[in-house]
Design a binder for this molecule. Structure first.
Ligand SMILES: Cc1cc2nc3c(=O)[nH]c(=O)nc-3n(C[C@H](O)[C@H](O)[C@H](O)COP(=O)(O)OP(=O)(O)OC[C@H]3O[C@@H](n4cnc5c(N)ncnc54)[C@H](O)[C@@H]3O)c2cc1C
Length: 473
C-alpha cells in the first residue's frame, strides 16, 4: 500500500519535504510552493492531479536520492520527462513526482555520429544540437515531446521508414533501478534489460540519459502537405496506399483526417472545413524532393498545399502550435491495421469525416521500411509487421464535451477492431482504461518476458504509473 499524503497533513508533509530536500541539489516543490500549480501540470489539460511533492532532479545523484526516498517511505511514484503522456502518468495524487524536465544536458559527437542526452530533453532541443552537424536521431513529429517517454515506448516520426523507430537508433541508456542502483544498459551490458527498455516503457527504472546513433538529415528537407476536401477521401486513400507501396524509404508519410484550423494562417472561407491531408517528409536529396513527392500533390484538387523545401527543425515544429501545454484535452489511442484494403478504407471514412469536435485528428501512419527489417525479437516493441497504425488523436477544448468525444473515440476504435491485427502502440494509450489488458494487447508474445524482467528489476512495482507490466507475485 502506498502512502497518499493529503495537503492537510501538513506536518508530516513538511518533514518529508525537508528530508528529501536535504538529499537533493534540485528543488523539492510542495503544495505551498508558489510554482506548485505550474509544476504539477502535464500536457493533457484533462489531467488535474495534486502530488504531495515534486522532486525537480538536477542530476543522477538527485534521481538516486528521490528513488531511495520513495522506496523507503513507500510513496506512490510518478516519473516525468516531457510530460506528454496522454494518460497523465507523469503526475499523481498524493505521491512523489520524480521530475526530470530540468535535466537538459546534450553532448553530440559528430565524428562518431552519436549523441547523449539527459532525460529532460525534448525532441526540439535535441534536434537543435544535432542539426549543428547536419545530423538527427529519429524522434516524434512534435518538438515539445520528451525524448524519454517517446523513446521508451518505441518512437515513430518522419525518419521511421529510412532509419526505423527511435529505439532502433538507441545505443545505450543509464538508469536508476528501484533499488537505487545506477546501471548502464546496452547490447553488451545488461542486454536483457536493454531489450525491455526498447518498447517496455518506464517499467524498469528511471532513465537518466539516452545515447543515440545519429543520421545525416537536412538541414533542408522536402515537406509534402496537400489538403484535399474530405469528400474525396474514397478516391484519395487508395491512391496514397498504392503510391506509398513503391515510394522510396526517404519518404515517410501519414494520411490525416482533420479540419482546417480557424486561425489567421488559413483562408477564412476554409475555416472548419474537414479535409484529408496526404502528409509526408522526404529526407533524400533536396533536388529530388519535388519530383518524388509531386504525385501526392496531384491525386486530386487540393484546397491548400503547404508543400515545399523546409528546414528539418522547422518541419519538426510544424505541429507544435496545435498541441499547446495544459490548455486542451487530449485522448490519443491507436490500433495497428492488418492492411489498408478498400474495405478498411470504407470503414475509416464515416467517422473520420464527422467528428464531434473539429480539431479531432485521425492519423493513418504508414510504417514498414527500416523498422520492419529489425528482427521482432530484438526489442520489446510490438507491431513491426503492421504496415499501418490507425490513431484517433482526439483534441478538444470544451471540457463539457469530454464524454461525447471519448464515446466517439472509443466507438471508432471498436469499429476498426475488425480490421486490426489486435495490437496497439503503447505511446498512444488513451487513458489506459483497460489496465492490464491494454498492456497484454500491446505486448502480445513479449508480455511474459517483460513480466520476468519487471519481476527482476522492480519486484514491488515501485514504477507502476505507466503502461504497467505487473511483476509476478
Ligand atoms: C502532442 C503529442 C504528440 C506526440 N507525437 C508522437 C510522435 O510523433 N511519435 C510517437 O512515437 N509518439 C508521440 N506521442 C506520444 C509520446 O511518445 C508519449 O506521450 C510519450 O509518453 C511522451 O514522452 P514524455 O517524456 O513527453 O512524457 P511523460 O509524460 O513525461 O512520460 C511518459 C511516461 O514515460 C515514462 N518516463 C518518462 N521519463 C522517464 C524516464 N526518464 N525514465 C523512465 N520512465 C520515464 C513514465 O512512465 C511516464 O509516465 C505524442 C504525444 C503527444 C501528446
Amino acid at each position: 500500500m502506498s502512502i497518499a499524503i493529503l495537503p492537510d497533513q501538513s506536518e508530516r508533509l513538511a518533514e518529508a519535504v525537508q528530508s528529501l530536500q536535504q538529499q537533493m541539489q534540485g528543488q523539492v516543490i510542495s503544495p505551498s510552493h508558489p510554482e506548485y500549480d505550474e509544476a504539477r501540470r502535464v500536457w493533457n489539460g484533462m489531467i488535474d492531479k495534486y502530488p504531495a511533492m515534486i522532486a525537480r532532479c538536477a542530476g543522477v545523484a538527485d534521481v538516486i536520492a528521490a528513488v531511495n526516498f520513495a522506496r523507503e517511505r513507500d510513496f506512490l511514484v510518478a516519473v516525468r520527462g516531457g510530460g506528454h503522456n496522454v494518460a497523465g502518468h507523469a503526475t499523481c495524487d498524493g505521491g512523489l513526482v520524480i521530475d526530470l524536465s530540468g535535466m537538459k544536458g546534450i553532448h553530440v559527437d559528430p565524428d562518431k555520429r552519436v549523441a547523449r542526452a539527459q532525460a529532460g530533453v525534448t525532441w526540439g532541443e535535441l534536434d537543435r544540437e544535432t542539426q549543428v552537424f547536419g545530423l538527427a536521431a529519429p524522434g516524434g513529429v512534435v518538438s515539445t515531446t520528451g525524448i524519454a517517454g517517446l523513446t521508451l515506448g518505441g518512437g515513430m516520426g518522419w525518419l521511421r521508414r529510412k532509419h526505423g523507430l527511435t529505439i532502433d537508433s538507441l545505443l545505450s541508456v543509464n538508469l536508476v533501478t528501484a533499488r537505487g542502483e545506477y546501471l548502464t544498459a546496452s547490447e553488451n551490458e545488461n542486454a536483457e534489460l536493454f531489450w525491455g527498455l526498447r518498447g517496455g516503457g518506464g517499467n524498469f527504472g528511471v532513465v537518466t540519459s539516452f545515447e543515440y546513433r545519429l543520421h545525416p538529415v537536412g538541414p533542408m528537407v522536402t515537406l509534402v502537405m496537400p489538403w484535399y476536401p474530405v469528400e474525396d477521401a474514397k478516391e484519395l486513400l487508395p491512391k496514397w496506399r498504392d503510391f506509398m507501396k513503391e515510394a522510396p524509404e526517404e519518404l515517410s508519410s501519414s494520411a490525416y483526417f482533420w479540419s482546417i484550423p480557424a486561425t489567421p494562417d488559413f483562408p477564412e472561407e476554409f475555416h472548419g472545413k474537414r479535409v484529408v491531408i496526404l502528409g509526408g517528409v522526404y529526407t533524400g536529396p533536396l533536388e529530388d524532393g519535388e519530383r518524388i513527392t509531386r504525385p501526392l500533390r496531384e491525386m486530386g484538387r487540393p484546397l491548400l498545399d503547404l508543400s515545399g523545401p523546409i528546414s528539418w527543425t522547422a518541419v519538426q515544429q510544424g505541429f507544435d502550435q496545435f498541441f499547446p501545454k495544459g490548455q486542451r484535452q487530449y485522448y490519443f489511442k491507436s490500433r495497428y491495421l492488418a492492411n489498408l484494403d478498400d474495405e478498411t478504407i470504407q470503414a475509416l471514412i464515416p467517422q473520420g469525416t464527422k467528428p464531434p469536435a473539429p480539431s479531432i485528428l485521425i492519423v493513418i501512419w504508414h510504417n514498414g521500411g527500416a523498422a520492419r527489417r529489425v528482427d521482432a525479437e530484438k526489442t520489446a516493441f510490438m507491431g513491426r509487421d503492421a504496415t499501418y497504425l490507425f490513431s484517433v488523436d482526439a483534441i478538444w477544448d470544451d471540457p463539457h464535451q469530454t464524454e461525447e468525444v471519448l464515446d466517439y473515440a472509443r466507438a471508432y476504435l471498436a469499429e476498426m477492431e475488425a480490421y486490426s491485427t489486435g495490437g496497439l502502440y503503447v505511446n498512444f494509450p488513451g487513458l489506459g482504461e483497460e489496465g492490464e489488458q491494454l498492456v497484454k494487447d500491446a505486448y502480445g508474445a513479449h508480455y511474459n518476458r517483460l513480466v520476468a524482467l519487471k519481476t527482476r528489476y522492480d519486484p514491488t512495482n515501485l514504477f507502476r504509473l505507466n503502461q504497467n507490466i505487473k511483476p509476478a507475485l
